[in-house]
Design a protein around this ligand. Structure first.
Ligand code: SF4
Length: 278
């Protein structure tokens, strides 16, 4: 019997990453080169392809050649860095995802209301650092252990990193609500992330094997893996078709595939054709 493969409706690049990649390509074509502080996405295949087109990732502002533009990536850039880029009179092209801009707007609204800003997200992640940059006193919650640090806060507002898991955030918000009298919660997990999480749960519950495709360095890919793995122990995280193992498909009738927001569609296609050969 032929193995049935189902790919989650939302897979491949999310809208925000796709938009940033297309802007980077267009700008590189126009100027011959475009700089970026760090990789455009946490995916080595995409980074390599863009490098060949003239998209250069650097680790410091000083490495940017003033002749060429600098692109702000989809997950946002700390305000101090934007300020320094402008002070150096560099041509700045903003490819921040509109849904991330929405988080920034909500965060600023919370601060204007005189609330302490609480960010539920991964400490050190660029998206979280960018939100945190609006107010040095913001609190980042990366796990239940950080709740302890929220003492004597009476009035606060919560925003969430766009790719956090819905269940985890509900739990954290519940714990914070028990401590803070006047708490406003804005659910800024983006719609594409929520859809991916719902779809991966459905796949995990209905398929024999689940493959999550993406880089191990991508937090949203790892999160999808964790969600699926809780439901289906035969869940595997792979970054390319080379990592597929024949043994995973022994006696298996159905396979579900989902991917992180920074995984290009062609990698999923390669995986499907390799499984079909197996
Ligand atoms: S994960 Fe959501 S917020 Fe982040 S870039 Fe993609 S669409 Fe935008």
């Amino acid at each position: 019997m032929k193995l049935k493969i189902e790919i989650a409706k939302e897979s491949g690049f999310c809208h925000g990453v796709n938009r940033a990649v297309e802007i980077a390509k267009k700008v590189a074509r126009k100027y011959g080169k475009v700089f970026m502080l760090g990789d455009i996405v946490h995916n080595e295949h995409v980074v390599k392809e863009l490098e060949s087109l003239g998209v250069r990732a650097v680790s410091s502002i000083e490495e940017i050649d003033k002749e060429f533009p600098v692109l702000l990536r989809s997950h946002g850039t700390p305000s101090q860095i934007v300020k320094r880029l402008k002070e150096r009179k560099l041509k700045v092209i903003d490819a921040t995802c509109p849904l991330v801009v929405n988080i920034h707007n909500k965060a600023m609204e919370i601060l204007r209301e005189g609330r302490v800003l609480i960010i539920v997200g991964d400490k050190g992640h660029e998206e979280v650092e960018a939100i945190k940059s609006f107010d040095g006193k913001s609190i980042v919650i990366s796990g239940e252990e950080d709740i302890e640090a929220v003492r004597s806060v009476k009035k606060a507002g919560i925003v969430v990193q766009s790719t956090q898991s819905v269940e985890y955030v509900s739990k954290i918000v519940g714990l914070l609500a028990a401590r803070i009298d006047d708490l406003r919660f804005v659910n800024t997990i983006c719609r594409p992330t929520r859809n991916r999480q719902t779809q991966v749960k459905e796949l995990a519950a209905s398929k024999d094997v689940v493959l999550i495709v993406g880089s191990r360095g991508s937090a949203n890919t790892r999160r999808l893996f964790e969600i699926a793995n809780k439901i289906n122990k035969k869940t595997y995280l792979i970054s390319s078709a080379d990592e597929l193992e024949k043994g995973w498909f022994k006696g298996v009738k159905t396979v579900g595939i989902s991917s992180g927001a920074s995984t290009p569609k062609f990698i999923i296609d390669e995986i499907v054709s390799k499984i079909e050969k197996i």
